[in-house]
Design a protein around this ligand. Sequence first.
Ligand code: 5GP
Ligand code: ZN
Length: 115
Amino acid sequence: MSDCVFCMIARGEIPARVVYSDDLVIAFDDIAPQAPVHTLVVPKQHYDRLGADVPSEVICALFAAVPKVAAAKGVAESGYRVIVNNGPDAMQTVGHLHVHVIGGRRMTHGMVHFE
Ligand code: 5GP
Ligand code: ZN
């Protein structure tokens, strides 16, 4: 996807603060962090969102990267929230599958807020 912002970050065409990278995924800090730690893990290949088209090895690589990102950001012990906004009702705003890793501050219980 030539005009997808996360594809462009994965190709190094626009800058991002990269936290972790391997063959299948790249992790970088969110441009508008909602917590002291807010990092996104995305597949290097484009997938719109979680669906049957996403190979299990990509899903595995995404979630295997999460604790590595948490350790790199210093929240492995304190804990963090892992969120995938998937599709319109979840208010996914970037149409390239991504996992939010959010932490660095105590949150309230619960994570679902309706408009
Ligand atoms: P969503 O709402 O789709 O779950 O999350 C998309 C996230 O991508 C948002 O938290 C937003 O701040 C972040 N984002 C959007 N554009 C960019 C960008 O160009 N660079 C980075 N680093 N993050 C971005
Ligand atoms: Zn993309």
